[in-house]
Design a protein around this ligand. Structure first.
Ligand SMILES: [Zn+2]
Length: 269
């Protein structure tokens, strides 16, 4: 099973153009559903920052603001939206995927805020955006973000054994692998879109074993919209104006993805 996964990983090198901004999904022949997942929530604040400065931001607040802005941007484009949470509440990682599956989502976008490793030489200087799709983490940096985002599990009251080992879960559950290439394509569209407007560093498309993505059986990405530990990024992602711009970019990428997918497979679901 591991060999099969590795083989699949070698096939996911994709090149896609940047999504065009502010276009409605006119080309789509049936209603589409995007599941928007605001990371963390409730007693799980996620990361906080910036380093050595105030006021402090909490990741759970930025992700919720961003998710609401993304919902509005998608609805303006004629896309239906399911939110895994729309208030400051904690949803278990496994339940986020379940919500996505029950709502028959066409794709899943999880929004997060990155944090520098305090052991880095100048952690407060790290900034920028990166987009993940579900796979095995390959680099130390990917493993850092994977561990950080999967930590949310410690806030959950009922933890079943399977959730403690995301990779074995991935390998056992090959259903997600059907979506690996599609998730990689969606991640490229999102990352390319952000590259056209985000003032921070383009850190690229990455792969890691996020539990929140494991349980969503549809193309799924996790986007780190900036480093909350960096002052400039923190100011950028806290600004409602820039949150709306980021949301427009994510929505445009989602629409472009859905249109390209429909052209490829016809109007079949
Ligand atoms: Zn997070």
């Amino acid at each position: 099973m591991i060999a099969a996964l590795m083989l699949a990983l070698q096939l996911v090198t994709v090149t896609v153009p940047s999504p065009s901004p502010r276009r409605s999904a006119r080309a789509l022949t049936r209603p589409r559903v995007v599941v928007v997942d605001a990371g963390h929530g409730g007693r799980d604040n996620g990361m906080s920052g910036p380093l050595g400065a105030s006021p402090k931001l909490f990741e759970k607040d930025i992700t919720l603001d961003m998710a609401r802005a993304l919902r509005a941007a998608l609805i303006r484009r004629g896309i239906s939206v399911i939110m895994t949470r729309s208030t400051d509440t904690l949803i278990a990682l496994g339940d986020r995927g379940r919500i996505a599956n029950q709502s028959k989502g066409d794709l899943f976008i999880s929004v997060h805020v990155n944090a520098a490793n305090p052991h880095w030489k100048e952690p407060s200087l790290a900034r920028g955006f990166e987009t993940y799709f579900l796979s095995e983490a390959k680099t130390e940096d990917e493993r850092r973000v994977e561990a950080m985002e999967n930590q949310a599990i410690r806030f959950e009251t009922s933890v079943d054994a399977t959730r403690n080992d995301p990779l074995s879960f991935i390998i056992r559950d090959m259903a997600q692998n059907e979506h690996l290439r599609e998730s990689a394509r969606l991640a490229s569209l999102v990352q390319n879109g952000l590259a056209g407007m985000h003032p921070g560093t383009n850190r690229g498309v990455k792969q890691a074993g996020f539990m929140v993505l494991v349980t969503a059986f549809m193309p799924a990405v996790l986007v780190e919209v900036g480093f909350g530990t960096n002052r400039a990024d923190a100011a950028y992602i806290s600004s409602p104006v820039h949150q709306r711009e980021l949301a427009e970019t994510l929505a445009a990428a989602a629409v472009t993805y859905l249109e390209q997918y429909e052209r490829k497979v016809g109007s079949a679901p």
